[in-house]
Design a protein around this ligand. Structure first.
Ligand code: NAP
Length: 519
């Protein structure tokens, strides 16, 4: 069995004492163990700040972008090995594994290219010179410089590769050293990525540190120049928001949390049309992919009353085709949930959903699945619910069941659909499917305040649009309220979290000389 180590203060460190185990969730085979007891996290933080920070800040954006390109080259060269780890430790089918691993690589390439475009400069200028008084020779500019602390990244279990890189690429390009921590249960993939990067020596010392397991007392040593970017459950987010560094010293925290995303079908879309097929495909993908363990997955489907039956039939047809089982078997389309705790949580959630909706399909205790031994592994089959009264229902709008489940419900007007979506208290992404321009626009505007991202489907894009579940580096990822209130990616927008925006006022020609142009 592999014993994971943490890479901090420029070296690998093995924790002492009791270990946490990492399993194959399809077979319950033990794969690795880890502990971080005894690791000097205060020293790790200081090393990142004092060694990694200055090294990154001495580099231009183009140089930092080149580092990201080197990270991509190393990871891409080991893609097959990384995909295998994602299948064994993550319970992912090969396609689900690609979604994570290739997503990480694609994001790295995107940020490498932003770095190249920003070129030989070390700071960013935000906007044009501002005229402040009658005399134009006194003016103001806004500049953005990297914070002097470390960026601590805590990731969820479902995207160990993409979660690692969608955060690290942005922070490193901004010029902040990173201390990253994957969720322990699926850390094997991120651990191997870190080993490859250390061996390839693609980053300056201290620029990237890795914690394999608990963060120990690390978070208690954070200060006002550090930042914390977290992805995971709302409950953990609440705990992190009570950290002294945040409450007392205004240390920045970005949270990416739960979400009850919706798909809304326009009244103009007929069953069988391209837009219809697009919606059914997007929903089925979100139920299947990573066994529904995706923060962007569609959980609620809103259709006009006269389309409810057809929608349920189409979805049932699609979901019924998915083979559930051990993802090591190439025919399997839906793998297991990540661990026993998650299985229990999902089973409870499914029971709760069933108290107010009719279960059309789904088995929470399946047996005889492909490639599995009975009683082994953490499986449920895809669940489809029909909610007859969306207004009266409560659980479907408030409980994120992090598994392969979706609920169909009816709406009667744009206002009602928006109100139903809003009962999720803020979401990462929802999708609207319509060819009616007026409906599409009204729906997008009604949903926008409650969402970080919206996608508009329809006949014109049905054959090539990625589903709403795909988070693209050029677009903002995050959402208000329950979704955490955070914002990541969005091209260069993502850099702001790691940069201090400073307003500088003075003699205009001098400011222009110091900080030319606008980026
Ligand atoms: P979680 O239990 O909150 O864990 C998330 C991360 O926080 C893990 O790395 C975990 O480490 C760490 N953690 C837990 N307690 C901590 C503490 N007191 N101090 C420091 N770190 C702590 O969430 P999860 O079960 O991994 O992920 C599922 C949830 O994440 C779902 O609700 C999903 O919607 C959300 N999610 C959101 C997004 C998004 O982008 N918005 C993306 C993916 C997932 P250990 O593993 O070592 O406990």
């Amino acid at each position: 069995m592999i014993k994971l180590k943490s890479h901090v203060s420029g070296a690998w460190h093995e924790g002492l004492g009791e270990t946490t185990t990492l399993l194959n969730p399809a077979t319950e085979e033990l794969l690795a163990e880890t502990s971080t007891d005894g690791i000097d996290f205060k020293g790790a933080l200081e090393f990142a700040r004092d060694v990694g920070g200055p090294a990154l800040r001495s580099m231009t954006f183009a140089e930092r972008g080149a580092c990201l390109r080197s990270i991509y080259d190393v990871l891409y060269a080991h893609r097959e090995e990384l995909l295998d780890l994602s299948v064994s430790n993550g319970g992912n089918t090969r396609n689900d594994a690609k979604f994570d691993v290739d997503g990480a690589n694609y994001t790295l390439l995107a940020y490498a290219s932003y770095g190249k475009k920003l070129g030989d400069r070390k700071l960013l200028v935000d906007g044009d010179s501002e005229r402040l008084i009658r005399n134009p020779r006194y003016a103001g500019k806004h500049i953005l410089t990297p914070l002097r602390g470390a960026a601590v990244h805590i990731n969820a279990y479902n995207f160990p590769a993409w979660g690692f890189m969608e955060k690290a690429a942005v922070a490193l390009l901004a010029g902040m050293p990173v201390i990253t921590k994957p969720a322990t249960s699926t850390a094997l993939l991120a651990y191997r990525m870190m080993q490859l990067l250390v061996d390839a020596d693609v980053l300056p010392d201290g620029a990237l540190s890795f914690i394999a397991g608990s963060t120990g007392d690390l978070l208690h040593h954070l200060g006002p120049q550090d930042v914390l970017a977290f992805t995971g459950s709302g409950d953990t987010a609440k705990r992190l928001r009570s950290l002294d560094a945040h409450v007392q010293s205004s240390m920045r925290i970005n949270v990416e949390a739960d979400s009850l995303n919706a798909a809304v079908l326009g009244p103009d879309v007929a069953p069988g049309s391209e837009a219809w097929q697009q919606m059914i495909r997007d929903i089925a993908t979100d139920v299947r992919q990573k066994a529904g363990q995706k923060c962007t997955a569609i959980r609620r489907v809103l259709v006009p009353p006269e389309r409810r039956e057809a929608c349920i039939e189409s979805l049932e047809d699609q979901l019924d085709q998915f083979i559930v089982g051990n993802p090591a078997d190439a025919s399997v389309r839906v793998g297991p949930l990540v661990n026993g705790a998650q299985l229990e949580d999902v089973r409870e959630g499914l029971k709760a959903l069933e108290t107010e909706s009719t279960r059309i399909m789904g088995d929470a205790e399946p047996t005889g699945l492909r490639g599995t031994e009975n009683g082994r592994g953490y499986f449920v089959t895809p669940f489809l619910f029909d909610c007859e009264d969306a207004d009266a229902a409560h659980i479907v709008h408030t409980r994120e069941v992090f598994g392969p489940a979706v609920t169909v419900m009816a709406y009667r007007s744009v206002e009602e659909a928006a109100a139903i979506c809003a009962r999720g208290d803020g979401a990462l992404v929802s999708s609207v499917y319509s060819n009616d321009r007026r409906f599409g626009r009204e729906m997008l505007l009604a949903l926008a305040p409650f969402h970080g991202r919206l996608t508009l489907g329809g006949d014109k894009v049905a054959s090539f649009a990625p589903g709403p579940g795909a988070v693209l580096p050029a677009m903002v990822h995050g959402g208000p309220g329950r979704a955490g209130g955070g914002e990541e990616l969005g091209g260069l927008r993502g850099l702001s979290f790691y940069l201090q925006r400073t307003a500088v006022q003075g003699y205009q020609p001098l400011l222009e000389k110091f900080f030319p142009g606008a980026d």
